[in-house]
Design a protein around this ligand. Sequence first.
Ligand code: GLP
Length: 242
Amino acid sequence: MDVRKFDSVEALNQAAAAMIIEAVKETPHLVLGLSTGNSPIGVYQRLIADHRENGTSYKEVTTFNLDEYEGLDENSPQSYRYFMNEQLFDHLDIAKENTHVPSGVGDLAENCKEYERLIEAAGGIGIQLIGIGTNGHIAFNEPGTSFESLTHIADLSQETIDANAKYFPSPGDIPSRAISMGIQSIMNARKVIMVAFGQSKARAVKEMLEGPVSTELPASVLQGHPDAIILLDREAASLLSN
Ligand code: GLP
């Protein structure tokens, strides 16, 4: 893995955004895997600023998001589809029909299969941007999830429910299940860019990079990815041996 440490979150965001912008310029029809949560917001702000200032176009780009809560649709401010529209898609020249977020409503099992079909039909994901949960999860692949998993219905761990409850009006409102791309779906991406910052991520980052490859720490699977770039700030890197 290519591990890069930055003195500030701003520098980290800048580096991640630059990689994506370069890739979009080089491959205008790039298939981009995207994520939600606090981690990618600064990257998205830089993509939007670059689009406005330099005109980088996303007209031919296709996107696939990692996950979505069960029972929430695009009208729910807590849904990941709503988040993506608000934080990124509404501010780029991307065609909405080329942006994909798993659907958490309707026949979930069918939605999972359809999502994998769509990724395959698009030619697979070129670059996948991801964060990491405090328990080492990637997307909503909680500890214990099979490394062979494709898009599936995921039960959220109590740690994840507690960590994400802050985004909901009241803690009891957070769904306990989600649709998530699987670990294999993420490993299938040709390049993975992880952004992790803050002290709360330090333990998971250390175990991901220095621990054994184990389903108990889902992100450790990235040790076997041929092109994974891990961008860390000082705090997230603070427990690393070197
Ligand atoms: C969430 C998401 C993940 C995200 C992680 C970290 O539960 N499903 O995709 O990477 O947890 O979230 P944050 O970036 O807010 O710390």
